[in-house]
Design a protein. Structure first.
Length: 278
């Protein structure tokens, strides 16, 4: 394997087990998360994503320490007292139609828990208002959903990746990244982006190359070859930009990467597999 292979996938997948279309009940999602913590697979961030509106339910079921990513489904941030004792690392919020990422940051920064990073989900056509340095909020890109029109084209997604690479803006990805390699979903009639394509597209962008051709690749052998050839420096720069992506399944990404020979096979752990991202 190339020098960059291990860093490419370390801490890549956030646990979005609560989210639709096949979201787990809170107790079941937390039990799966506990099993994942015990397994300590390096592909996982071991960070649990939870809607702000379900914090009380989370506390009712929580019996062990977790690292938390807070997904804003409420108009305002929870009071800091409501977050006491929770290690909130990320806060993710969707940008309103009349806002910019910087405006969202200015509105929310004072209420952020100490140490939490803000990521603003932006529309695909919002590139004119995107931040142009890495000192502001991170960005969040939606890569799919429940209908065909929720999936961005490779050109649109590639333009966002290229922007982040040019200006050093970190980002997260969400939704639709079910498997490693781009493939056609006959049920929806749309091409699904692959998370391996996404990672390698970021590598291309940080090296000054167009990420779009990599996003479009469906040749499994070529993608594996590219992954094994990523230099260490490129992998480090790429993953500084691509912080993680949320997946309802914490087993499928590991299984895909293992089957491709890009991560080492580890002892199996008890997990529940679901099929969407947040």
């Amino acid at each position: 394997m190339g020098m960059g292979t291990a860093p490419l996938f370390r801490g890549l997948v956030d646990d979005a087990g609560l989210f639709p279309p096949t979201g787990l009940p809170m107790a079941e999602a937390l039990e799966r998360h506990r099993n994942d913590l015990a397994g300590n697979d390096p592909v996982l961030t071991h960070r649990f994503l939870c809607p702000a509106g379900r914090l009380e339910e989370l506390r009712d079921h929580l019996t062990f320490p977790i690292r938390l990513g807070l997904i804003m489904d409420t108009p305002v941030l929870p009071p800091l007292d409501d977050l006491d004792g929770l290690a909130v690392e990320l806060v993710e919020v969707r940008q309103a139609a009349d806002e910019t990422p910087q405006a969202v940051s200015e509105r929310l920064t004072a209420g952020l828990p100490g140490g939490a990073r803000l990521f603003v989900e932006v529309p695909l056509d919002g590139r004119g208002s995107l931040p142009r340095d890495g000192s502001g909020p991170g960005l969040k890109f939606r890569c799919g959903g429940l209908t065909a029109d929720a999936f961005p084209g490779a050109a649109d997604l590639g333009a966002l990746i290229a922007h982040c690479a040019e200006y050093g803006v970190p980002f997260k990805a969400t939704a639709g990244l079910h498997n490693a390699v781009r493939h056609f979903d006959s049920a929806l009639g749309v091409d699904r982006h692959g998370f391996l394509n996404l990672v390698l597209a970021v590598c291309a962008a940080v090296e000054g190359r167009d990420p779009v051709p990599v996003l479009k690749l469906t040749d499994v052998g070529e993608l594996v070859r590219l992954a094994r050839a990523v230099p260490q420096e490129t992998a480090t720069r790429a993953r500084k930009l691509l912080v993680s992506y949320g997946s309802c399944s914490t087993s499928t990404p590991i299984e895909d990467l293992t089957a491709l020979g890009l991560v080492a096979r580890r002892p199996s752990a008890t997990t529940h597999t679901t099929k969407e991202s947040k």
